[in-house]
Design a protein around this ligand. Structure first.
Ligand code: PGA
Ligand code: ZN
Length: 426
């Protein structure tokens, strides 16, 4: 039973405020969680409550903090809660809006994640095992997708695509994948220096050199993989892209490399990238406002790469269901704070796998050292996590949490998940 709730306005990895919440229960145990925050957000995400005004450029969260220590605390300490679902449904009802804008999705997600840690502890299981039981899925250590070159809204350079990731698909174990990722990250820095390019970092810890074309970035990454002694390849060290195309879509066309591309021209352009580079995954290759073009892209390229909806689906089950019906993608990106509660996040994972979609769990560009997404990835068995570069405290917190899980669960399989229907291993 929850006896007290505390909240603190802390700083995230970009130096903007976010919320840390602690739930205390009658045994004296305390469960904590912190809310992350995105920069390239989808229009349909659950709404963060921000104070406005001058402090912290209007990004203070004292209003969201007051939601937690006021109304939410009153509700949650008023009676015992039998399940995460019951608690999350009560939180949504208390908020009363469709998009969490009254109490704030930042308030709700932190409370919901802290409560999940409490429910897991109550069963005597780790958070990842509790999640796997809630979903009825086999646990799995994911292929980490390390974001090693940053552009778009996460860097000040002229690179339109937001994220260039490396995925050590061919590693035998998770610790080996982490080693490959770190080695390639450092080899890439050396490659950049050799070419006179800067090794300053973007928001997710990847390098942000002054380059502008996706091909230049991909050539650099391939060189970095080679220089680290690994083989660039779809089943060795693969590449994943998050162009986050909302940010270069304007008036019906995509503004890239000094040209304007129609949606169909973008599809051909991605086809050429797939011809020339070992790309296994494309996230938000088209804009959310260009939803009608997604099925064309999936028809053309869906058999060659995973097509992931992030801004398109914003972790919301109803939007994923619509996307499955229309064939708009083949995968969903999972960010708990896009929807606002753990229960809704798990629902979206369940809907995705029932519809034959794969899933990738994700951090946000503004992060804390909270490691919830690492456990969520293992418990969901989805086999894919993106948590930024293999560097910087808020990013390595997630990768190091996976090391800890791997170390204490030596029998856990590592790698991409096999789609249900192709023989899930439960
Ligand atoms: P965000 O970006 O956290 O800034 O929204 C991450 C992404 O687009 O995947
Ligand atoms: Zn994205």
């Amino acid at each position: 039973r929850i006896t007290a709730i505390r909240a603190l306005q802390i700083l995230d990895s970009r130096g903007y405020p976010t919320l840390r919440v602690q739930l205390e229960i009658d045994t004296g145990a305390v469960f904590e969680a912190s809310a992350p925050s995105g920069a390239s957000t989808g229009a349909h995400e659950a709404v963060e409550l921000r104070d406005g005004g001058t402090p912290f450029s209007g990004r203070g969260v004292t209003g969201a903090l007051a939601s937690v220590t006021g109304e939410i605390s009153n509700l949650l300490t008023s009676r015992p809660w039998v399940s995460q679902r019951e608690l999350d449904e009560a939180l949504c009802a208390l908020d009363g809006t469709g998009n969490k804008s009254r109490l704030g999705a930042n308030a709700l997600v932190a409370v919901s994640m802290a409560a999940a840690r409490g429910f897991a502890a109550g069963t005597g299981h780790s958070l990842h095992t509790w999640i796997s039981q809630a979903l009825g899925r086999a646990e799995r250590l994911p292929v980490p997708h390390f974001n090693v070159l940053n552009g778009g809204q996460h860097a000040a350079n002229a690179l339109a695509f937001q994220e260039f990731m490396i995925a050590p698909v061919g590693a035998a174990t998770y610790p080996q994948a982490l080693e490959w990722g770190a080695d390639i990250y450092h080899a890439l820095a050396a490659t950049l220096r050799t070419r006179g390019l800067a090794t300053g970092l973007g928001d997710e810890g990847g390098y942000a050199p002054e380059i502008s074309s996706p091909e230049e970035a991909l050539d650099l990454i391939v060189s970095g993989i080679d220089a680290a002694g690994h083989r660039p390849g779809i089943s060795e060290v693969a590449i994943a892209l998050d162009p986050a195309a909302n940010s270069f879509f304007q008036d019906g066309s995509y503004h890239l490399n000094g040209r304007h591309y129609t949606p169909s021209q973008m599809v051909s352009y991605y086809g050429k990238l797939l011809d020339n580079y070992p790309i296994r995954s494309l996230e938000d290759p088209l804009a959310e406002d260009d939803a009608e073009s997604w099925p064309e892209l999936v028809s053309a390229l869906g058999g060659r790469a995973q097509i992931v909806g992030d801004d398109l689906f914003v972790t919301q089950a109803a939007r994923v269901t619509a996307g499955i019906r229309s064939g708009s993608a083949t995968a969903v990106l999972i960010k708990p704070n896009q929807v606002g509660t753990v229960t809704e996040t798990l629902e979206t994972l369940a809907v995705a796998s029932a519809g034959g979609f794969t899933a990738m769990v994700s951090h946000r560009s503004g992060e804390t050292t909270d490691t919830f997404v690492a456990d969520l990835t293992v418990g969901s068995g989805c086999g894919q996590l993106k948590a930024g570069a293999p560097a910087r405290g808020e990013r390595v917190a997630k990768y190091n949490r996976l090391l800890e899980i791997a170390d204490s669960n030596p029998a856990l399989p590592y790698g991409l998940a096999i789609l249900s229907g192709e023989g899930d291993t439960d």
